[in-house]
Design a protein around this ligand. Structure first.
Ligand SMILES: N[C@@H](CCC(=O)N[C@@H](CS)C(=O)NCC(=O)O)C(=O)O
Length: 207
């Protein structure tokens, strides 16, 4: 080897670990973002409903998911998905258009603040998950979730009719009309959980 020549070596990518729970909607959101960006990662199962959590578990509120990337630790799914989008190569999950990007942030905030509780915690967890675990569902919580859901779905519907994000306008046979990836990643697991129980499909959404 010539003197002074340093072979070109790719520095190894810091390991990516997703701490999550297999039944968790939020874990699924983070997992989908990692898959969409083609990130190699390992997943460590943590059941937040079965304390105590492992010593040193890096979430001050004992929730899932948590993402670690080398020395970086992130919790809160909206921050995790944003980090995944910006830290790894591959097609962006958020479009450059300022209004579309803002709408995505808006939908994520709606999902976190207004959708997760009625759709997932009250309807899905009570109607589907608790019976699967041999537990009795709380019918009052289910009724509360079903009563709250139409307002949330109507708000998302109004954003969809704008045509910018949830339902891009003017699809043609040659152009796909998929919503921006981060919206699919964030909303699909919540909506998918909500539509499993039969009563959910019969609610009506005010125009
Ligand atoms: N704001 C958190 C919410 C995460 C969350 O609530 N995860 C649920 C599982 S889907 C959890 O860990 N629940 C445990 C508990 O409520 O004690 C985020 O965006 O990551």
């Amino acid at each position: 080897m010539a003197k002074g020549f340093t072979p070109c070596q790719a520095s190894p990518m810091p390991a990516v670990t997703l701490f999550g729970y297999r039944h968790s909607v939020y874990t699924r959101i983070a997992r989908m973002a990692l898959h969409l960006k083609g990130v190699a990662f390992t997943e460590t199962e943590v059941n937040p409903f079965d304390p105590p959590l492992p010593p040193g578990y890096p979430h001050p509120f004992d929730r899932v998911p948590v993402l670690t990337h080398g020395s970086v630790t992130i919790y809160e799914t909206s921050a995790i998905t944003r980090y995944i989008d910006l830290a790894f190569p591959g097609p962006p999950l958020v479009p450059a258009n300022p209004l579309a990007a803002a709408r995505i942030q808006q939908v994520i905030a709606i999902a976190d603040a207004y959708a997760f509780r009625p759709l997932v915690l009250q309807v899905y967890a009570q109607r589907v998950f608790r019976p699967l675990e041999g537990l009795v569902p709380d019918e009052a919580m289910i009724a509360e979730g079903l009563a709250a859901a139409p307002k949330v779905l109507a708000a998302l519907d109004r954003i969809a009719t704008e045509g910018l994000t949830l339902a891009p306008a003017a699809p043609t046979p040659c152009t796909h009309a998929l919503p921006p990836a981060l919206l699919i990643v964030y909303l699909a697991p919540m909506i998918a959980a909500f539509v499993i129980p039969p009563p959910a499909v019969s609610i009506s959404i005010a125009a």
